[in-house]
Write a protein that binds this ligand. Structure first.
Ligand SMILES: CC(C)(COP(=O)(O)OP(=O)(O)OC[C@H]1O[C@@H](n2cnc3c(N)ncnc32)[C@H](O)[C@@H]1OP(=O)(O)O)[C@@H](O)C(=O)NCCC(=O)NCCS
Length: 179
């Protein structure tokens, strides 16, 4: 699913078809793979992947841009459960020269606003490796709180444990109003 955003959104924008080759190139980065896993399967072709994304109502993806408007990463709401009003979120800044410059935190803040205001969700959660302090710090700055520690299983077996973090609409909106 895609969503066009209003002008107040500066750090995220609607994903475009021409972004897909850039996302695919980042997917091959071994550092990113360690931290986020892969978005694309080996047999995915760009056109099918895009058509599937556009039609899939359980996921919504945005591009992340730097101050010059260049695509530097992506943030996605996935596993959207409309009746339960919840979704998982994942983020990846593929351009590593743009890490630690506040972009990830700003993109997450905007994606959470989109989730609560436009999609009317009540809860957004994420999973992060316990040995990824940059991501954890960024999530804490947005207002995510740790709720559980999960043992890595399946594809992730043997890797670091995961921290489950969440933010709720009831917690977030008063926080934004105070800021
Ligand atoms: C995780 C990610 C989205 C964060 O975005 P970012 O723009 O790099 O992060 P920000 O600059 O907004 O914030 C990073 C914070 O972590 C801090 N930080 C960086 N490295 C750190 C470390 N080793 N230990 C502790 N804190 C650290 C920074 O100082 C900053 O906090 P501050 O503003 O209080 O100083 C981005 O780095 C990324 O995509 N990384 C690769 C993929 C990934 O890890 N995705 C998350 C998977 S769950």
């Amino acid at each position: 699913m895609l969503l066009s955003l209003t002008d107040e959104f500066r750090r995220i924008r609607c994903l475009r078809h021409e972004d897909v080759p850039v996302l695919m190139a980042w997917d091959d980065d071994p550092d990113l793979f360690q931290l986020t896993g892969k978005k694309f399967r080996r047999d995915d072709n760009q056109k099918d992947w895009w058509n599937h994304l556009v039609r899939d109502r359980s996921r919504l993806m945005f591009g992340i841009v730097n101050d010059g408007g260049r695509l530097i990463g992506d943030v996605e709401l996935l596993q959207i459960l409309w009746r339960a009003g919840e979704a998982e979120i994942r983020i990846s800044i593929g351009d590593k020269s743009c890490w630690n410059r506040g972009y990830g935190t700003q993109a997450l803040q905007e994606a959470v606003v989109a989730a609560f205001h436009f999609l009317s969700l009540h809860r957004v959660y994420l999973r992060v490796r316990v040995d990824n302090p940059r991501a954890i710090r960024s999530y804490e700055k947005v207002g995510f709180r740790a709720v559980a520690r999960l043992q890595a299983t399946g594809r992730l077996a043997g890797y670091a444990d995961l921290r489950l973090m969440e933010i709720t609409r009831a917690h977030y909106l008063p926080m934004v109003a105070r800021a």
